[in-house]
Design a protein around this ligand. Sequence first.
Ligand code: AMP
Length: 446
Amino acid sequence: MAQEIHSFEDLKLNRQLLSAIEDLGFDTPSPIQKQAIPLIQAGHDLIGIAQTGTGKTAAFTLPTLMKLKYAQGENPRGIILSPTKELVLQIKEHIIQMAANTDLRCVALYGGVGPKTQIEEIKKGVDILVCTPGRLMEIYAKGALVLKDVNTMILDEADRLMDMGFMPQLRNLLEIIPHKNRQNLLFSATFPEKVEELAGEFLDFPVRVEVTPESTPVETVNQKVYHVPNFRTKINLLEKLFEDEETFHRVMIFANTKEVANNIFSFIERKVTKDVRIIHSNKGQNARINAMKDFEGGDVRFLVATDVSARGIDIKEVSHVINFETPPKYEDYVHRIGRTGRAYHVGEAISFINKAEEYHFKEIQKVIKMNIPVSKLPEDLTVEPTPRQENIDMERVIDKFKRRADPNFKGAFHEKKRKPQNNTSQKSRKGSSSSRGRNKSTRRRR
Ligand code: AMP
């Protein structure tokens, strides 16, 4: 590239954008911004490999806003596609801040609420749309959108879009939106085969920029792990840790399922504080937005979340991410811990693992190419006995792993089934699974 980039001024952005950047308090462009913005401004199609927390959103919004310049006509000229409503709203928020000194109009389209208000907004005129693919198609199918003026199209979190099965909708969209003279950008945290395939269909002679190697967690996150035998003891450990209000001042707690998330939420609300909110897919759109706002605004200390609901959301200065359960999809571990240690803040990610989850955790450590240090449980922690069913669930998962390693292995769980009489050898075996043997995925990237 021709010129070294040191400052935002070097990026040849207009006065309006530079002043918004200053208002946001960004001093220097992040590595992905330094690399991607000049290439996008030069008109290239681009693949950006960058995780959330690297400043990737500004890397694609700044040059796009620069290109669109000011409000023009009725129809959108820029489209940003993103996998979840939370992410859509967050990108919109980002655009509103960046475009504060312009008259550019940004509309967000997402499901979970009726399309009427969104259609009315579009009718007033729009320059840039931020949307989930499903809702964009739905509104287009109603004849409420003219896409002929689109000259910039961006896929954000492309790996997520693929994981969530959006490929058919994306293919339809690519057919509908005029291809001629359209600049296309694709951003993804990882670059597995299916994203490569999508990139092949979507981009013309793209240049590729990359800021962190695949599946390496952001380096500013301290990671540690506790071995905890069962669900009840995990709850006790939460209570113990949360006694330290100063350290644990802004905590996201991850569960694998809505049920476990609800349990954790009720526990914190009952035993620790009312300063807690929850987001998962069964919560209404407004409840989710309010929960995020309360947490983001610092009004509440705790946010309990599932992976899908928390995907890509940008909440600043999270002091801790707690993996109450080990995620069944290992790349979700990376996404979860990316909530902390974001953009120049150091954070801590703590995982609670039971006997069964240990196996998954080993796989995670292989994926992230790191050994995560084990912490000792607090001495005064009450360790509860493991209920029978929880123990069976855990044994089932362990059996699966052992059988995978050795096909002749006769699992404890199956032996027990065959011989229903007393099996005392199992009794002393503590540990359990709160993941209910649901960890079916050994999905690996690439
Ligand atoms: P992202 O990776 O786009 O989710 O951005 C992560 C966070 O970094 C967001 O809170 C941004 O507002 C912030 N951010 C983006 N670019 C910069 C920058 N150049 N300097 C400081 N913070 C930034």
